[in-house]
Design a protein around this ligand. Sequence first.
Ligand code: ADP
Length: 538
Amino acid sequence: MHGLMQDWPLLVHTILDHAALNHAEREMVTRSVEGPIRRCTMADLRTRSLRVAKALQQEGVRLGDRVATMAWNTDRHVETWYGIMGLGAICHTLNPRLFAEQLVYIINHAEDRLLFVDLTFLPVIQAIRDQLPTVEKVIVLTDEAHLPADTPPGTLAYESWLDQADDDFTWARFDENTAAALCYTSGTTGNPKGVLYSHRSNVLHGLMANQSDVFALSSSDAILPIVPMFHANAWAITYAAPMAGAGLVMPGPGMDGASIWELLESEKVTCSAAVPTVWLGLLQYLDETGSQLPWLERVVIGGAACPRMMIERLEGEFDVEVVHGWGMTEMSPIGTIGAVKHATASLEGEERVDLKTKQGRSPYLVEMKVVDDEGHAQPRDGQSFGHLLVRGPAISSAYFRHEEDILTEDGWFDTGDIAHIDALGYMQITDRDKDVIKSGGEWISSIEVENAAVGCPGIAEAAVIGISHAKWGERPLLIAVRAAGSDVSKGDLLAYLEGKIATWWMPDEVVFVEALPHTATGKIKKTELREQFSDYRL
Ligand code: ADP
């Protein structure tokens, strides 16, 4: 017997309807690519998104067609997102940091028909334009006055393109399982793979992101999503904020400490989210200028392990609550969140920081377990580690146009991470399965050693890889980057690590380099480091 409730599909654009009706006056503030700060309201956002949908329809874009964006977090990017999805087309966010060959592969694999691009990234697209046969038009997210004079035919200014359409448009209505958005993983090995989100998964994930232990957004908040919309949906914030009526503050191209601080201050931002590198930049700016963070209440840090010192400094010196999160593109992306709970709320000092360095608990709608090599579930004892498997309604079941089966027989997705879970449900990642260092039959967590190392004064970044060793199989090599102006030595660094990690985890050697290689999503590229140091002998 079915329940007798209305058939009301979970469609992404219903979020904008809600925001425009109930929070019409709430602002979205953008640092524009052209420079000035721009403001609009939730009501304006909906109107302009409707116009995007209508203009796309006039272009002949239909249900299921792919339309790409390559853009910073801005108002124009948000309205194209909603416009594309509100028509039933699929919004394909492109990561501009990918190599040209990867972009060509992705755009052709997705068969994108139109491409919206920020001025910043126009040269990236121009350079590969003749290799993109499916792309009919390139629309530059700017006005006529800012469009470069030498743009070729088929490349238009967004504002003029949008002027052709009014807002007399009714959102399309279709099944909630219809595809809404497409995002390719950065693909450290092989070609990038397309993660295809549905309207239903995006709405459910947006609701999940608003749970009180996750972003906990309310209409009193102003949130600054620094994590890019092209990196796994800006961690759901562009859905969760309009749902809650929270103000959106969009950083555009200004990702440096000074630009971020300026927005935090002028817009009285209460909540923000970014990868650790961004917070490092902000902390450096705060140190240099003596600035404070009077409005900021909480920050979500994830995408890579949040270093201990970042938690200590933001919470201790600046009174900003740190919520450590873990996730991946395939999970929409939120997987766990490290907020304290009833049983951990009274922890103080070191114990609180210990807890916060863990990646956290799964919110409702994510199930996770740790299994050994044979697939047997490991106890939740905070020690037994193994492969981290997940399932839920906003987690991939397959990749776009890929034959390969990606789930286990009983429907779990292997995250490729190695982790343990404690009795209170807090999960801690020890490594990527490909990065694990095996020494004397035991595993060394490269993440924990790196985490401790970046706490050492004068160290900007650190990576640990396994180097083969006659007796132990593998031993850790620490590769570090000094902060500008620092002359920190190997001896200083090893002395700093003493007592912070197990003695047998101590790196056998330290090598200083000018810079570390990164992936398009800002992670340290361990594969490249291992190649670089393949001849290294301890
Ligand atoms: P990519 O395209 O680079 O794979 P993802 O965001 O999908 O981008 O990367 C997901 C991976 O990032 C996770 O499987 C995990 O290894 C790593 N990761 C994300 N958040 C954290 C975190 N808080 N701590 C440690 N690793 C993390």
